[in-house]
Design a protein around this ligand. Structure first.
Ligand SMILES: [Zn+2]
Length: 129
């Protein structure tokens, strides 16, 4: 069996995820740039599907969804998926932490600048407007 799912990407692009499955093998591909230019890495579209998120799929019927679910169930990748999700949430946490520290340092720099150059505050306010 095989099916092709249209998935809504960012910037209103539509990509096609191909799913092939017989008794012995299964195959799951996407034609988005990330999948094709990042050494065939698992892209976010397939990752979302593997995590059971079908919200970005457009025009799929029940049979197609069932085939994908069958693929996921038979794919023996649960441990890797859990690990990826763990890393992703740690990555998100670190990014938020980095952003917080950068804006703290930005504020500290502005404080120092306005101490040495009292007119700086006004200039900064002008930039912000
Ligand atoms: Zn993709």
């Amino acid at each position: 069996m095989e099916t092709y799912l249209n998935v809504k990407g960012s910037k209103n692009n539509t990509y096609v995820i191909s799913v092939f499955k017989d008794d012995e093998d299964s195959f799951f591909d996407c034609d988005c740039p990330a999948a094709n230019f990042s050494a065939g890495q698992l892209c976010k579209h397939r990752l979302a599907l593997l995590n059971g998120d079908f919200s970005k799929i457009i025009n799929a019927d029940d049979e197609e969804i069932a085939l994908v679910k069958e693929f996921i169930a038979s794919a023996n990748i649960q441990n890797e998926l859990e690990e990826i999700n763990k890393i992703q949430s740690e990555f998100d946490r670190l990014q938020a932490e980095e952003k917080k520290l950068k804006s703290l340092l930005g504020q500290r720099k502005r404080d120092l600048l306005s101490k040495f150059y009292p007119s700086y505050d006004e200039e900064y306010d002008d930039i912000q407007k």
